[in-house]
Design a protein around this ligand. Structure first.
Ligand code: F6R
Length: 242
């Protein structure tokens, strides 16, 4: 596991953007796993500015998002499909059929999760999964207790996650209670993992994930099982590391 600590959140995000751009530039058919949330926004801003400067193209990129709320379609302002469209894909040259988010409106969310897993397999797996981390150590929407070999599935969100994500909704009661997520096992089968965490609020989760025992109660601790993991932190998120 490689741990990089940067002075500011901007520098940490810049580092992650560079890792993704190096891969996009050097691979004929790059396949990425991508997160939503507050942490990746400066990374997406960097990717866009690189694209606008003509230094990168997304024409051959395929991507699979980590998760989506059950019940929200791509026209919902808080859906992850809308987030990805607004913050990245509306502005780059990636064909619409090459970036995918689980369908939150699928009639059968479990079947959608299975289809999503199969689509990842058919794409030949994911080269780099870029992810954030929840305050409770979740990755994707794999909450504490999730098995480390889980595949794409439909999950129930923890009250703490609903509370944390209510900042994007008018109130906590409008946050969906279920999501479709890549499983921890799905994430671990990817060739490279990059986790970005910034801010003091993530320090405890980062320390348990990296320095604590591998435990189902800390989903991100599963990353310790992977051979190619880069953890990119600002100094606040790194403040509890020994
Ligand atoms: C989002 C996702 C989540 C977030 C995590 C941190 O697609 O998979 O695991 O990465 O909840 O969210 P932020 O960055 O908003 O603190």
């Amino acid at each position: 596991m490689q741990i990089q600590v940067h002075d500011t959140a901007f520098e940490a995000a810049d580092r992650v953007a560079k890792i993704l751009l190096d891969h996009i530039r050097s691979h004929p058919r790059p396949t990425l796993g991508l997160p939503t949330g507050g942490t990746p926004l400066p990374v997406y801003a960097q990717l866009l500015s690189d694209f606008r400067a003509g230094r990168s193209s997304w024409r051959h990129v395929r991507s699979f998002n980590l998760d989506e709320y059950v019940g929200l379609g791509s026209d919902h302002p808080e859906s992850y499909a809308r987030y990805m469209h607004t913050n990245l894909f509306a502005h780059v040259d990636c064909p619409a059929n090459q970036w995918r988010v689980p369908d939150g409106l699928a009639h059968d969310p479990e079947a959608e999760a299975d289809a999503y897993e199969s689509a990842i397999d058919e794409a030949g797996g994911i080269d780099i999964v870029f992810m954030g981390i929840g305050h409770n150590g979740h990755i994707g929407f794999n909450e504490p207790g999730a098995p480390h070999d889980s595949r794409c599935c439909c999950v129930v969100l923890e009250p703490e996650t609903i509370q944390a994500n209510s900042r994007f909704f008018s109130s906590a009661k409008n946050v969906p209670t279920k999501a479709i997520t890549m499983g921890i096992g799905t994430i671990l089968t990817s060739r490279k993992l990059v986790l970005l965490a910034t801010g003091e609020g993530k320090a405890a989760a980062v320390s348990s994930a990296i320095e604590g025992p591998i435990s189902q109660m800390v989903p991100a601790s599963a990353l310790q099982r992977h051979a190619d993991v880069t953890i990119v932190l600002d100094r606040h998120a790194a403040s509890l590391l020994g």
